[in-house]
Ligand binder design. Structure first.
Ligand code: URA
Length: 221
């Protein structure tokens, strides 16, 4: 990879800005200021530094965000704040996008990456990656809900859902729901299909990854 491309991608600056830093001798390869933006380097093995600080090479970025309500799962929007706008500058880079969507009023785990293949694996219906939600309901949950969810609900418009898991909790207005697909407003529509309504919703798990409880709303890691 060219040294200017490496520097630009890892420091979230333009290729031109990276070239300037390199020509000024602020970027070193193996401790030597090479001053050649087109120098070929191996990002995996060369020791590259900016102003004496090692540049940690990250081929791709994988970010866990605890999304607050009021923020939308998009990269840009005229009116609303987006999940990528919550990424701190030290983690931000071009090409990041949310792998899958939560509704504007839903909180919790959003996975943001610039790795299209991994994003596809998480979101593809064929992948059946589990997503776990905690839903607060407007009316008490009924004993029969787990069976109805396990049988595969038909939601409005006649769409058939895959068998899903609903776990009752000590609080009869709070349930855990585990899905292996992601239809539009799916949890809310499933709740309506059993005669209830979601008051608030939070995603806590994607596949084997749990939302870090140490992340406040709006924080990333
Ligand atoms: N189901 C919903 O209804 N909304 C979400 O944001 C996620 C799942």
């Amino acid at each position: 990879m060219r040294l200017d491309k490496f520097t630009a991608s890892q420091k979230n600056i333009s290729r031109k800005e990276a070239g300037e830093l390199i020509r000024r001798g602020r970027v070193t390869v193996g401790g030597i200021a090479v001053k050649k933006p087109d120098m070929q380097i191996d990002p995996e093995s060369d020791e590259i530094a900016l102003d004496g600080m090692h540049i940690l090479y990250r081929k791709n970025m994988y970010i866990m965000l605890n999304k607050p309500a009021g923020v939308i799962c998009a990269t840009r929007d005229e009116l609303s704040r987006t999940v990528t706008e919550l990424i701190p500058p030290e983690l931000y880079r071009k090409g990041l996008f949310p792998a899958g969507r939560l509704d504007k009023d839903t909180e919790g785990f959003v996975f943001i990456t610039d790795d299209g293949e991994t994003a596809h694996r998480i979101t593809s219906p064929a992948g059946h990656v589990e997503k776990e939600y905690i839903a607060a309901l407007e009316s008490p949950a009924k004993e029969i809900y787990p069976r109805l969810f396990a049988e595969g609900l038909v939601i409005d418009g006649g769409e058939k859902c895959l068998p899903a898991k609903l776990i009752l909790t000590e609080d009869d207005r709070v349930v855990r729901i585990i899905l292996r697909e992601g239809k539009y407003h799916q949890v809310k529509r499933m709740a309506e299909a059993v005669g209830n309504k979601v008051a608030s919703l939070k995603r806590v798990r994607i596949g084997g990854l749990w939302l870090d409880e140490g992340l406040a709303l709006g924080e990333c890691r």
